[in-house]
Write a protein of this length. Structure first.
Length: 143
């Protein structure tokens, strides 16, 4: 099962394999506002919108790229994968993912400079205070 951020759109599917791909192209970075998109493909005959399908908006580019999103909150939601009997499912929209394995990474030549495999910065297991974040970013919130 999955849904958008605001919960207005919901879906469910079943798949034999939860193998995903990550795309690092500039289009996917802009669509997700992150370093890459992580997506799995679900068979069309096992995919079903549970609610809110009328709220799904889409954007397509020549060449086959398509992204669908909630017209209320803007978060990515599944879309029909080109002319194949598949749905493209953004992994981040799945509510309780089982073990999902990323098995393919695409467009690494256009990977963002700040998308790093190693990380030397500070990590937190939970959300730190705002003042801790601002201090690490060397940003002042004072007017």
């Amino acid at each position: 099962n999955g849904q958008c951020s605001c919960g207005a759109i919901g879906y469910k599917f079943s798949a034999d394999s939860l193998r995903a791909y990550q795309c690092h192209c500039s289009i996917c970075r802009k669509a997700t506002c992150s370093a890459f998109s992580t997506t799995l493909l679900a068979p069309e005959n096992s995919f079903e919108w549970t609610h809110g399908e009328k709220l799904v908006s889409s954007y397509s580019k020549e060449g086959g790229y398509k992204v669908s999103f909630c017209s209320l909150c803007g978060s990515p939601v599944p879309n029909k994968f080109r002319n194949f009997p598949l749905y493209s499912v953004p992994v981040g929209s799945i509510d309780t993912p089982q073990v999902i394995n990323v098995v393919v990474k695409l467009h690494l030549n256009s990977r963002a400079q700040w998308d790093q495999d190693s990380f030397d910065g500070k990590s937190f297991p939970e959300m730190p205070t705002l003042s801790e974040i601002l201090e690490l970013l060397h940003v002042s919130a004072k007017p």
